[in-house]
Design a protein. Structure first.
Length: 486
């Protein structure tokens, strides 16, 4: 099936032609693991999962790589505050991110490399850039060296983001770093500071990489020198993706990526949602209150290249849609076929399958696919009451499977999904504001019971669940337990 994708390199919708006709090499920039992810991060994750699923559902093999940035200033700082090794801190939040991705119904990626495990490849690529004349070193204190990318050396700089190098050079404030040859040059390797507690040996002394080089090195390691599709949030286009192109093409001497896709922001109120605005809602908070199905439904209900307004109405609407889809999925499980002639209806459903595929092949148009899908559901609800043939039900089943595989918006266990919506509605109406406290009290009582019967496995499980809810339990000498939020 022909797929047309909007390619940000050309700012046009184009026929998607992977280098290898049956295989898509796909890279998406992943999260920095210093804390729980906020809802704003979820859109990029779910959009990458949509690309992965849809390409597979439309017949491609997909090698999908999404990184974890586990070496970063924020991680070093958080670990220092906690008095633990930065790797321990980063690994803890890699596990939490992975849980969030499960709640969001994401398929596992082919590879999820970390910066710390990719260090030899990162160092090699920086060396290649120096050898090829695109990077230079600057002496710092204690004989350590910093490595910088010489941006004006790369003639194609700006080809993705369309920034003009001249205006860029003038626009950047003169930094204290006087050794930089050009204001736009960026760091590939920086010397370690003694208090940071995590560094690597390199030809330039102990240090760690700048942010941009990791994606270039990981893409090459897992996918090769030229890839078919690269994705990230639109905020990453400049400078991150521009710098990835500059690094990869200068080091490898060939094109880095043929198609670039960027998802738009999530708008919280009318402002871009970010932690600095104080609009903090973590994915975990949202999942505990409304479920991952509802979050996925919200995130995919708008085309990935459109801004998505985050409002209470979007939650209400998504709950209704998740319910409609899973009442249908449940009804489809239990309905019996009748001997009737419904060839006309069956052909309509078969047409719908092709229409859904066409919508998805049109730059991943999920809203379009959902429109067709809801039409099939409406038809099924009416027709299955009159009595539907085995052929009709088989075709409807195929629609459900296609939507499940390509979008993840249909879940395997509809009854479980429907049950989760009761809590979502309760929380949305505000009637359930105490429900998490009720759950905590119940868990603590259960934990007491488990400890009394020496059921340590269950007791540990409960402690982990309480930890997820942000609760600290204190065991008192008299055998009672008290709790507070962390
Ligand atoms: Zn990246």
């Amino acid at each position: 099936m022909e797929i047309r994708l909007f390619n940000n390199l050309t700012r046009q919708k184009e026929l998607f032609k992977p280098i290898d006709p049956n295989l898509v090499r796909f890279y998406s920039c992943g999260p920095t693991t210093y804390n729980f992810l906020h809802v704003g991060n979820a859109r990029a994750l779910v959009v990458a999962d949509l690309f992965h699923r849809t390409l597979k559902a439309l017949g491609y093999n997909v090698k999908f790589v999404r990184n974890y940035t586990d070496v970063d200033d924020k991680i070093l700082e958080a670990a220092r505050v906690r008095g633990i090794h930065p790797k321990e801190h980063a690994d803890e939040f890699i596990r939490e991110c992975a849980k969030d991705m499960d709640y969001l119904g994401m398929l596992p990626a082919t590879a999820t490399p970390t910066v710390s495990e990719t260090m030899p490849e990162i160092i090699q690529m920086i060396q290649d850039l120096i050898t090829n004349g695109y990077a230079y070193t600057v002496k710092k204190e204690n004989g350590a060296e910093e490595v910088l990318y010489n941006v004006p050396k790369f003639a194609d700089y700006g080809k993705l983001s369309r920034v003009q190098l001249d205006s860029l050079q003038h626009g950047i404030r003169v930094e204290s770093d006087k050794e930089k040859k050009n204001p736009s040059d960026f760091v590939l390797w920086k010397p370690a500071k003694p208090e940071e507690g995590w560094s690597w040996d390199s030809p330039w002394g102990k240090g760690r990489p700048g942010w941009h080089i990791e994606c270039s090195a990981m893409a090459k390691k897992h996918l090769g020198k030229t890839i078919d599709l690269h994705h990230g949030g639109v905020d990453l286009m400049f400078p991150h993706h521009e710098n990835e192109i500059a690094q990869s093409e200068a080091a490898n001497g060939c094109p880095f990526c043929n198609n670039w896709a960027h998802n738009e922001f999530l708008n919280f109120g009318s402002e871009k949602m970010s932690k600095s605005l104080g609009n903090v809602v973590t994915i975990r908070d949202f999942v505990n209150k409304y479920s991952g199905h509802v979050l996925r439904q919200i995130l995919l209900s708008v085309h990935y290249r459109s801004k998505l307004d985050w409002t209470e109405d979007s939650i209400t609407k998504a709950i209704g849609e998740v319910e409609r889809i899973h009442e249908f999925a449940h009804a489809l499980e239990i309905v019996d076929a009748k001997v009737v002639d419904d060839m006309k209806e069956t052909n309509e459903v078969k047409k719908a399958i092709e229409l859904i595929k066409a919508e998805l092949a049109n730059d991943f148009n999920v809203p379009g696919a959902l429109g067709v899908f809801f039409g099939v559901i409406k038809d099924f609800n009416r027709h299955s009451k009159e009595g539907a043939s085995a052929a009709y039900l088989k075709a409807v089943m195929e629609v459900a499977e296609l939507m499940e595989n390509a979008t993840g918006l249909v879940h395997q266990n509809p009854k479980e999904v429907l049950a989760s919506l009761n809590l979502a509605r309760k929380n949305l109406s505000g009637a359930g504001t105490n429900s998490s406290e009720e759950e905590i009290e119940k868990l603590i009582a259960e934990r007491k019971e488990a400890r009394a019967t020496k059921n340590w496995g269950r007791s540990d499980e409960i402690r982990n669940r309480l930890n997820e809810l942000g609760v600290v339990v204190k065991d008192n000498p008299d055998g009672t337990a008290t709790w507070t939020y962390k």
